[in-house]
Ligand binder design. Structure first.
Ligand SMILES: *Cc1c(COP(=O)(O)O)cnc(C)c1O
Length: 456
């Protein structure tokens, strides 16, 4: 008999995974290697170690080791906010009148308000172990910068954040959270780096972009002794750390004998989605089970649904290694949509390769339909979701409504990556009925795509 599922499924502390899972190990066809931006040859561990910490460079390049032990210090930090709950969305199911069973894995139960802390603490830890003084990074909407500043203050590391200028001005409270945790926050493009000065000169009055802040942070790390650059998504190492989301979700489902049919996540750089689906994709790759995996992206920044699978730069300044990924072109500047965490031109090379192999599908949704779903969700489930997370809510609700038509009792699991308290300006626009949708034309997309680097 089916056990009655509690509203929130909590794992015990000792049930928290002790290892991260690297889905690349189970992929027969591996993601394409990162390339050195100067030589266009596969980047070596030594070269990569000049940008990232040694241990993280190793994780980045390792596509054969399936499991990595989570160091005790990181597990201890995780225990402050993990295991995170898997919630049965009984109230949402009732509201929709669907026979589907809906679950969400909630990652917003920490001060940074998102899943990003899972990788921030890992990256800060390896920097500390290497004896570094500090790390530099970029932040767009501010979630990653906040997570990293929390992790760095815990480990007593210096943290320098280049924050996209428009967010710096629009989200002063995110900035203050970072400063409260001791981070130094600089609006980007700044005049403190060479690349920042160049961009300011070329585009006077620019309010910045993620790709440009990345270039500044990389330069800042390279020009200071004892500093390395860290990145909050896209990279395979980040997805590895985020596998804790999927491993916990799977453990919680297994505890009650529940088999998921469909797993849905929002996709910005792809790390939370990749982490959530990792153990399930692993089972698919090993031929043990089948799932329907769905990535959801904004129609204003549709890298999987309308991009090209090719080598591209990860940043505007073209200083980072090149990755083969679904991309809109590193010169693509997405419109000012409110899901800041999803405004990235490319997609994790692991997620891209899984998508190319047909293991997952992708959909794009407009921001007004996303906020409509967010509002419904907030009213019945209580949690005020982040705009990014609400992309997954929207598609989960769509799928639940399909079940209502067909009478199928599917089990739908989606990732609720975070809370939206710092996004009230966006909610205000929605509540006032003045939110607009931006869908780039094919011609607009073709411009940035025509400038992809020519890699043999
Ligand atoms: C950054 C962020 C995302 C995007 O995550 P990726 O792993 O880059 O796809 C989604 N939701 C929230 C709340 C975020 O902060």
């Amino acid at each position: 008999m089916e056990k009655k599922i509690p509203y929130k499924i909590y794992l015990e502390e000792h049930e928290m995974p002790r290892q991260w899972y690297n889905v690349r190990a189970d992929m027969k066809k591996k993601p394409a290697p990162l390339l050195n931006p100067e030589t266009f040859k596969p980047i070596t561990e030594d070269e990569l170690s000049k940008v990232f910490c040694r241990e993280l460079a190793k994780q980045e390049l390792d596509d054969t080791t399936a499991y990595f032990d989570i160091p005790t210090e990181i597990r201890d930090f995780y225990k402050m906010y993990r295991p995170s709950p898997l919630v049965r969305a009984y109230c949402l199911e009732e509201k929709l009148g669907t026979p589907a069973h809906i679950y969400y894995k909630f990652e917003g139960n920490n001060t940074s308000g998102s899943h990003k802390l899972n990788s921030a603490i890992a990256q800060a830890y390896y920097a500390k172990m290497q004896g570094l003084k500090g790390v530099t990074t970029e932040t767009g909407a501010g979630q990653w910068g906040t997570a990293l500043s929390m992790a760095c203050s815990y480990l007593d590391l210096d943290c320098q954040v280049y924050m996209v200028k428009c967010s710096y001005e629009q989200k002063p409270f995110r900035r203050e959270v970072m400063r409260t945790y001791g981070a130094k926050v600089t609006p980007s493009p700044s005049m403190t780096t060479e690349v920042g000065r160049k961009i300011n000169e070329e585009f006077p009055g620019t309010t910045g972009s993620l790709g440009c802040a990345i270039s500044e942070a990389v330069e800042a790390a390279g020009s200071q002794e004892g500093y390395r650059y860290v990145l909050g998504s896209v990279l395979s190492q980040v997805m590895l750390h985020q596998s804790i989301i999927g491993l916990e979700a799977k453990a919680a489902l297994d505890k009650y004998g529940v088999k998921a049919d469909m797993i849905i996540g929002c996709a910005g750089g792809g790390s939370n989605l990749g982490g959530l689906i990792s153990p399930f994709a692993g089972e698919m790759l090993r031929g043990e089970a089948d799932y329907e995996l769905i990535a959801v992206e904004p129609s204003s920044c549709p890298s999987l649904t309308r991009g090209t699978y090719a080598y591209d730069y990860c940043d505007t300044g073209k200083v980072c290694p090149l990755a083969k990924m679904y991309t809109l072109g590193s010169g693509y500047i997405p419109s000012a949509s409110h899901a800041g965490g999803l405004r990235y031109h490319g997609m994790s090379s692991v997620v891209s390769e899984l998508y190319d192999q047909g293991l997952l599908t992708a959909r794009s949704v407009t921001q007004t339909e996303v906020f409509e779903a967010a509002q419904t969700f907030a009213r019945v489930e209580g949690i005020l979701p982040a705009p990014e997370s609400s992309h997954a809510i929207k598609v989960a609700m769509d799928e639940a409504m399909k079940c209502k038509e067909t009478g199928e009792t599917k089990t739908i699991v989606f990732g609720l990556t975070g809370t939206g308290y710092f996004d009230m300006y966006a909610y205000q626009k929605y509540n006032d009925g003045v939110m607009e949708n931006f869908i780039p034309t094919d011609e607009e997309l073709a411009v940035a795509l025509s400038k992809l680097p020519k890699v043999e």
